[in-house]
Every structure is written in C-alpha cells, then in structure tokens.
Design a binder for this molecule. Structure first.
Ligand code: SAM
Ligand code: DTB
Ligand code: SF4
Length: 323
C-alpha cells in the first residue's frame, strides 16, 4: 500500500479535532481490539551520569537535576522488580540504562543475563540502552529480547536543537540493527519540546516510512525537569497529545501506540480521549525512569471506569497494512 506523504500527514494532523478523533477511532477498531491496552513497566537498571546532552533528560551528567547516579543493578534486583510488575498486570518489562551506547563489557553481559531471566517469566522483555552495533543487537536477540526502544524523538531538522552529541542517522542505524536482528522495534518521540507542528509531522513521516514501521510507537509529553535546558517549557496542552496520538494511529494503523511520559499532568478525561483516539499502551507503576507516573491502582480504576482490559503478552502480529 502507498505510504502517506508529508502533506497528507499534515492534513490529517490539522483535521478538526472531533473529526480527527472519530477517524482515528474508526481505524483503531478496524485493526485492533479497542478495549485492550498493553501495560508496560519501566525499571531504570542504570541511572544518571549519561555523557549525552539530550536537553530534555534529567539523566545527562551535564545538568544539575538532583538525579542520583546508580551503577548497573544486579540481575536478582531486576528479577524481583519484574515479578512485582507482572503480579500487578504488566505484560512487558522495559529496562532503561542512561548510556550513550552499549559497550562490549561485563555490564553488557549482565544485561544479557537480565534479559534471559525476565524472559523466563513469560513477560515481553524490552531494553533501551542507547546505540547498538549489529552484533550487540544479535546477542540481545539470542538472549530472548522481544523489543528494543530507541526513540527518534523529533524531526531530523529539529534534532540538532535538542541533542548535539549524536546524529539522527546514528539513531536510524541502531533501529536498522535492531530490525536486522529480528527484535521488534519500539520508536517514537517527545512533544512539547518547543517543536513546530511540521516537526511532529516529519517525525511521523520518518517512523511510518520505515519498512516495516515500528511495532510500537511511544508518544511522550515532555516532563519538564528542573536543571535541564527545557525546565521552563510550558506543559503540553492535552489537545496536542490527542492530535498526535490520533495522527499516529491513522498513519500506523496496526502499531501499538503508547501514551507514555506526561500522564501525571493529564486528567482522566484527557487520557480517555487519547485511548479513544487509538492509544493502546501505557507505562504503569508510580515511577517512569526518574520522574513520577500515576500509581498502579489509580490506573486500574481508570481502566475499570473506561471498560479497558490489560492485554496479554506476545500479541504483536505483523499487520502493518496501510489504509
Ligand atoms: N539512553 C537511552 C536513549 O537515550 O535511548 C535510553 C534511555 S532514554 C531516558 C529513553 C527516552 O526517554 C528518550 O529517548 C526520551 O524520548 C525519553 N525521555 C527522557 N527524558 C524525558 C522527559 N523529561 N520527558 C519525556 N520523555 C523523556
Ligand atoms: C519512552 O519512550 N519513554 C520512557 C521509555 N521510553 C524508556 C521513558 C520516559 C522517561 C521520562 C523521564 C524520566 O522518568 O526520567
Ligand atoms: Fe542519556 Fe538517554 Fe538521557 Fe540522552 S535520553 S541523556 S542518551 S539517558
């Protein structure tokens, strides 16, 4: 099927809001079960002290944000966190490390052990560890990794104003390495950085042009953190999140669209509109990597209120037909 052009995606994004939500909800029902939402849990396996200068990130060593640096966790600690997340209803565990890239050392060997251990719990295992070579992606695949998260974050044009220590092409290379290793790709972005509508559209164009597109696309609202260059950034209006989620759903109909960071700043009604517009995944648990997230019980209350059920693991099929 033909993929959409920049102008077409811009046209979708700018559709009158209720019409846009209706269209996205219609596409969502055609490709997915609208009453199922995938629940992931995050563990920060290595926190802070990162050498990159991502201007949104509290974990960069360049900013004074009060995040305490922690070296790589032990396998047992991660396994305990995974068991807790599973008993709370999470089907996926995402392990995040504040690394620029993976190095072939004993820390990486330990991460491989973590992947094997969590995989043994019948949970989808995801990692986000920074840049990967082809052989590192292959070793993660052999350990049983299900998904790798590596966000493009914004448009290629805007990238330089957000991060100077790596290039957009570095990100695309890692994504290609993950794809080649047969691991599912999780890649999305952040909105509320001060980017234009065109930057958001361009990000969606790049993601949807990947062949195949990512199996999951996290849409993060910036969580402004004191000490980062973006600390003064105004909170993202919920309507922008709804538009972004709806447009993502329409251009990538079979992808898991994750309503990611920023939910503590959103009302229940705002989140409900995002689910209506096609969001079908969240991070649950009271912490993201370093910042707060709604607590598990309030999310389950919201699910019950809206008639949503957490999705069982290992459901992703390759159903990236473009309508
Ligand atoms: N270091 C690895 C990397 O950059 O790929 C993995 C961890 S990094 C924290 C994962 C993602 O978290 C980033 O790509 C970004 O999209 C998101 N993120 C970081 N800080 C954020 C913030 N303050 N608000 C929203 N999203 C954020
Ligand atoms: C993603 O897209 N969002 C998550 C996950 N992938 C790794 C991280 C959000 C981090 C928010 C800031 C923090 O808690 O440090
Ligand atoms: Fe490091 Fe990732 Fe944060 Fe960038 S987003 S500073 S690479 S932890």
């Amino acid at each position: 099927m033909t993929k959409r052009t920049f102008e077409e995606i811009l046209g979708i994004y700018n559709t009158p809001l209720l019409e846009l939500v209706y269209e996205a909800a219609t596409v969502h029902r055609k490709f997915n079960n609208p009453s199922e939402v995938q629940v992931s849990s995050l563990v920060s396996i290595k926190t802070g002290g990162c050498s990159e200068d991502c201007s949104y990130c509290p974990q960069s060593a360049r900013y004074h944000t009060g995040v305490e640096v922690h070296k790589l966790m032990q396998v047992e600690e991660v396994l305990d966190a995974a068991k807790k997340a599973k008993s709370g209803g999470a089907s996926r565990l995402c392990m995040g490390a504040a690394w620029r890239e993976v190095r072939d050392n004993s820390d990486f060997d330990r991460v491989l052990e973590m992947v094997k251990a969590v995989n043994g719990l019948e949970m989808e295992v995801c990692c986000t560890l920074g840049m990967l070579t082809a052989s590192q992606a292959q070793r993660l695949a052999e350990a049983g990794l299900y998904a790798y998260n590596h966000n493009l974050d914004t448009s290629e044009d805007n990238y330089k104003s957000i991060i100077t220590t790596r290039k957009y092409s570095d990100r695309l290379n890692t994504i290609a390495n993950v794809r080649k290793a047969g691991v599912t790709v999780c890649s999305g972005g952040i909105i509320g950085l001060g980017e234009s509508v065109e930057d958001r559209v361009s990000l969606l164009l790049t993601l949807s042009a990947l062949d195949p597109p990512p199996e999951s696309v996290p849409i993060n609202a910036l969580v402004p953190v004191e000490g980062t260059p973006l600390e003064e950034q105004p909170l993202l209006p919920i309507w922008d999140m709804v538009r972004m989620i709806a447009t993502t759903r329409i251009v990538m109909p079979g992808t898991v669209v994750r309503l990611s960071a920023g939910r503590t700043q959103m009302s229940a009604e705002g989140q409900a509109l995002c689910f209506m517009a096609g969001a079908n995944s969240i991070f649950a648990g009271d912490k993201l990597l370093t910042t707060p997230n709604p607590d598990f019980n309030s999310d389950m209350e919201l699910f019950q209120l809206l008639g949503i059920k957490p999705r069982a693991p290992f459901q992703v099929k390759n159903k990236h037909e473009f309508v």
